[in-house]
Every structure is written in C-alpha cells, then in structure tokens.
Design a binder for this molecule. Structure first.
Ligand code: PMP
Length: 345
C-alpha cells in the first residue's frame, strides 16, 4: 500500500475538524451543562448525542471482536461510502474501480463527488479475476469497491480474489459486507491487521433488522477511522438510534434466530422458484435475497405489482437481463408471492 498520506486528499489531511462542545468535555462528575447552547428542558432529548458513540462502539466491538478505535459508525453504511469518496478522491482527478453489477450507491456517490467510476464486468458466474480489477486501475485510482456477498447477484466474491486485490493494489480496498451476516464466509474484518488498506462495511439494516434506525459501520485501521471521524458531521448518529442499537445489541441471539429463519425460508423459496414453469435459473446466494432469471421478468414484475407484491426488477442491469431480485420475507409474505406466481399465465 502507498503511504496513507499519499492517498488522502491534501485538504483533508490539513483539515482542522469542527470541535463540538461535547468533544471538549471529557471529565467525570460534571452535572451542570451550560456549554452547548442546549435547552435545559425536555431531557434527555435536549442533549446532543455522544459524537463518537463510545458506549455503542464498545458494545459493537464486543460482538464483532474489534477495538472501538477500529470502528466508525454512520447514518447507515451509505454515510461511510460517501465519506470514503470525500476523504480519498479529488474531484475530476481521481477515479475508483468497482465490480459490475453491484450496489448502486458507489456510482451515485462517485457522480456526486465528480469522481470517475470504472466498472469491471463480472463473468457469467458473477466472479472476477483480481488482475481484471487491477488492470482497470491507474495512478489516480484511490479505491477498489468489492461488495461481498454482492448485491444484486447474491454471491460472495472468491476469498483469494479479494486477498490478491488487497495485497497488490496500492490504494484503499473497501469490502462491503452488508449481507455478511447471512453468509458462512469469514468476515474480512478479521484480516484488518494484515491489510492496512482495508475498509470493511457492515450495517444494522439487514440481519439486525434495523434499517429504520440508520446505523452503519466501517471497520478499518485507527488511522482511517480517525479520518472518517474527522470528516463526518459532528453528531452524525442521533441519540434515539444510539439508544435503540444498544438495546438490540444486548440480545445478539435474536439476530441468530432471525438469520436461521430467513435462511430456511430462502432454501424453501429457491426450491419453489425452480419448479415455476417460467423460471429459467436461480443464482446461488449468500444473502437474504436471491436473483432469478425468468422468461419475461418485466411482465412478471408488473403482474406482481398489480397483486400488491413488490420485488426488485433488475432487468435493465448488465448481466441481469430478465432477472428479478427477491428479498426473503416472512413465511406468509413468501407464501403470498409464491401463490401469486403460481397463478401467472
Ligand atoms: N451496501 C450494500 C451492498 C447494500 O445493499 C446496502 C443497502 N441496500 C447498503 C450498503 C446501505 O445500507 P445502509 O445505508 O442501510 O447501512
């Protein structure tokens, strides 16, 4: 990897971050807070939240086996995605490389930040050679984006491929494991000490069943986490989210139960889809959704909408022609989808 100073935008390196009132106060035993221009009434919502979410990071760190200093928390992992562009990519000069097809926000954030986006097409088993990703890079490539398990294809990118990119690319490699909790593949966050250029993303929006609270995580070296903290909004994770997340983290077995249920339903749904006369293929998946190729996906998508069942039409995405992406729901939601499909003519 290049020296981190050579990868970070110079204005970000030089940046003096905003210092908020709650950053300044570190002592114990204070009980009168007249430092942050808050309203003294309406406790506890009158107070700004902890800007570095220390309690929450300790709880997440215990579950994920990470030191709090290696954790960034954001308003969804989408916040971390945008911040990584803003930290590393100089607009209209730098570029990023990503697998294609993949999660759409990498390109949207690239476009917003005026950063060239270089997609590299997966093969027909939705895998890629590390060399193909490396060949797409040049001296202005700052980040390689690898989503694994990948959205919308559902599969994990081969471990050796990601390891090769981490070892051979001199810039930042982001491994987005938003769906990692549904997969048996070991998380790349365990390899953070080996690869200083690695950032691993995870979220409470999927297996943790908490998309509504908007809490995303990035795991990385303390130096990269410090940069994320420097650039984020001072109070980026609100108190209600911090409080709710702490309560949920107190019961990690609930998540295991949900994952088990979802995976059992996924097997049942895939088997049922394979029996549908218009189903051409169901792609292997490591996530809480699967991609399926149908005879006429747009028409089936519309038919389902008319029945009040919404799935994701991915027909216009490269390599996903005539494909729908189906999220695994509750048993009765899945049943409603299957019942509707069985009546499709
Ligand atoms: N990464 C991937 C691969 C996703 O599919 C999503 C959401 N669909 C996200 C990140 C963003 O998740 P959130 O902002 O809810 O944490």
């Amino acid at each position: 990897m290049d020296r981190l100073e050579n990868l970070v935008r110079s204005n970000i390196l030089k940046l003096s971050p905003y210092s908020c009132a709650r950053d300044e106060y570190e002592g114990q035993g204070a009980h009168v807070f007249l430092d942050a221009n808050e309203n003294p009434y309406n406790a506890p919502l009158n107070r700004y939240p902890d800007p570095l979410q220390k309690d929450l990071k300790r709880a997440i760190g215990r579950i994920k086996g990470m030191a709090p200093e290696q954790i960034f928390l954001g308003n969804g992992s989408d916040e971390a995605i945008d911040l990584l562009f803003r930290i590393f990519c100089t607009p209209s000069i730098d570029n990023v490389v990503a697998i294609e097809p993949t999660y759409g926000m990498y390109k949207v954030c690239a476009d917003i930040n005026d950063v060239e986006y270089r997609p590299v097409l997966l093969n027909d088993t939705f895998q890629i050679a590390a060399q193909d990703l490396l060949d797409a890079t040049d001296e202005h490539t700052k980040i390689v984006w690898i989503c694994s398990p990948n959205n919308p294809t559902g599969n994990c990118i081969k471990h050796e491929t990601i390891v090769d990119v981490l070892a051979l690319f001199r810039g930042i490699v982001v491994v987005d494991e938003a769906y990692g909790d549904f997969s048996d593949a070991p998380s790349f966050r365990k390899t953070l000490n080996t690869y200083p250029n690695l950032v691993v993303l995870n979220t409470m929006s999927k297996a943790w069943g908490a998309a509504g609270i908007r809490l995303g995580m990035a795991f990385s070296s303390t130096q990269i986490i410090d940069l994320l903290n420097k650039v984020k909004y001072p109070y980026n994770v609100n108190s209600l989210t911090q409080q709710e997340a702490l309560q949920m983290l107190a019961d990690p077995f609930q998540v295991e139960k949900w994952v088990k249920l979802i995976l059992a339903e996924r097997t049942r749904m895939i088997e049922s889809f394979k029996l549908l006369p218009f189903c051409l293929h169901v792609y292997p998946t490591d996530a809480n959704f699967f991609l399926t190729r149908l005879v006429n996906a747009p028409s089936i998508y519309q038919y389902l909408i008319d029945k009040g069942v919404v799935v994701r039409n991915r027909s216009s995405v490269k390599l996903c022609e005539n494909c729908l992406r189906i999220t695994i729901g509750t048993k009765s939601e899945n049943q409603e989808l299957l019942a509707a499909l069985r009546c499709y003519r």
